[in-house]
Design a protein around this ligand. Structure first.
Ligand code: SF4
Length: 378
């Protein structure tokens, strides 16, 4: 597989193409030397030139779980920062988690930092009183920093994935009257709406305004308080893209990720996690047509694997996870060769107290009944 280097990258560094081609051989050599000591995990959204070296490919929770089960000491996570942190939290104490490029973050996870969330919680306490902890359940999406998962665990809350968000909200409402959901407003709103919660009872918390920009009355009446965060990739899908495909193809099925905005999700035929999207399209009969609302690398991979079906990106734009794209074959070659030389670089650390609290939140998620079957939209 050849390296995909953009025209801009090639212009900035004419040697890049050759170096990326050479990196493929360097990775192969290093992997052969390291053998079972290393496992490479590749997220569904990772570019092909990197994901081709993944021993396991999947979504972030699945990868972190499976990484902990292999005997490898070194987990090289070709994903983004919060995913590598999750692998540390779920991994064994003797495992070392490495992110090939420390600049591979997640813009959504960065939209809710611990300081902002603690300020918001203190403001909620001012409005709701000292019983806030008994009234409000914090729920964080897997796509959040480790310290935020720790905060949620500290207050008795749970983590959720795009597969089990509905189960997580049902669990939360069985215990408390309100849910504080972060960082993805769209996953929270789409899930709440399908549970029959009126939109006026789901308010948006703007972290840049005092009290989230909400009145006391709005906070008191809210059932779900949604953090004002979003995925910059999934937010690019628009309702007019759905209209266009429907206008030109009667028989196309629109399948989208629940990180897409509500107006898109409402118009879609099917809604679910990356694993759900993969499963549905792979299992569809030959001749099926799908317009898919998720990251372009995954869509292209599904398309290539299903030549007997029509599979296309829902948007006319590329919808690329640009932060995950920062990991190149050169980065992978570098961290693996350093391991061969006995040197660990780009290790991801999670402090013990944060890990312990985050595990409380993750264990609460595991207690959600039958959580893998709770798909948002079907
Ligand atoms: S696709 Fe969106 S949520 Fe997923 S890693 Fe990229 S920016 Fe974060």
């Amino acid at each position: 597989m050849s390296a995909a280097v953009t025209i801009e990258e090639r212009t900035a560094d004419p040697t890049l193409v050759q170096r990326e081609v050479e990196a493929v051989e360097r990775i192969k050599r290093a992997r052969a030397t390291l053998g079972d000591d290393v496992v490479v995990l590749g997220h569904h959204y990772q570019r092909d030139e990197v994901v081709q070296f993944a021993d396991i490919q999947g979504d972030s929770y699945q990868l972190s779980k499976e990484g902990a089960l292999v005997k490898a000491k070194y987990i090289v996570f070709a994903g983004v920062h919060f995913m590598a942190e999750s692998a540390v939290i779920l991994g064994r104490d003797d495992q070392v988690v490495i992110l090939p490029n420390m600049n591979a973050g997640c813009s959504m996870a960065d939209m809710a930092n611990l300081e902002q969330v603690m300020t918001a919680w203190a403001e909620l306490e001012e409005v709701l009183g000292s019983a806030t902890e008994e009234r409000v359940m914090p729920v964080t999406y897997m796509n959040s920093a480790a310290n935020l998962k720790g905060f949620v665990g500290q207050y008795g809350g749970t983590v959720c994935t795009s597969s089990n968000a509905r189960g997580a909200l049902e669990w939360a409402f069985a215990l408390r009257e309100k849910v504080f959901f972060f960082p993805d407003q769209h996953l929270g709103r789409n899930t709440g709406k399908r549970m029959g919660i009126p939109l006026e009872e789901m308010v948006l918390w703007n972290p840049f305004k005092p009290y989230g920009g909400l009145t006391d009355e709005q906070i008191l009446n809210a059932r779900v308080i949604l953090w004002q965060g979003h995925c910059s990739v999934h937010q690019q899908f628009r309702p007019e893209h759905v209209d266009l495909w429907r206008k030109n193809h009667d028989d196309v099925q629109v399948i989208v990720h629940p990180e897409c905005m509500m107006d898109v999700v409402d118009k879609a035929d099917l809604v679910g996690s990356t694993s759900y999207i993969v499963k549905v399209i792979d299992a569809a009969p030959a001749g099926s047509k799908f317009a898919v609302g998720t990251e372009v690398h995954l869509v292209n991979r599904i398309k290539n694997r299903n030549p007997d079906k029509f599979v296309t990106l829902l948007s006319p734009f590329s919808c690329l996870c640009s932060t995950m794209y920062r990991i190149t074959p050169l980065d992978l070659a570098n961290v693996l060769e350093r391991l061969v030389a006995g040197e660990v670089v780009n290790q991801i650390h999670v402090p013990a107290d944060v890990k312990a609290n985050a595990l409380v939140a993750l264990n609460n998620m595991l207690a959600i009944p039958d959580n893998q079957k709770v798909i948002l939209g079907d």
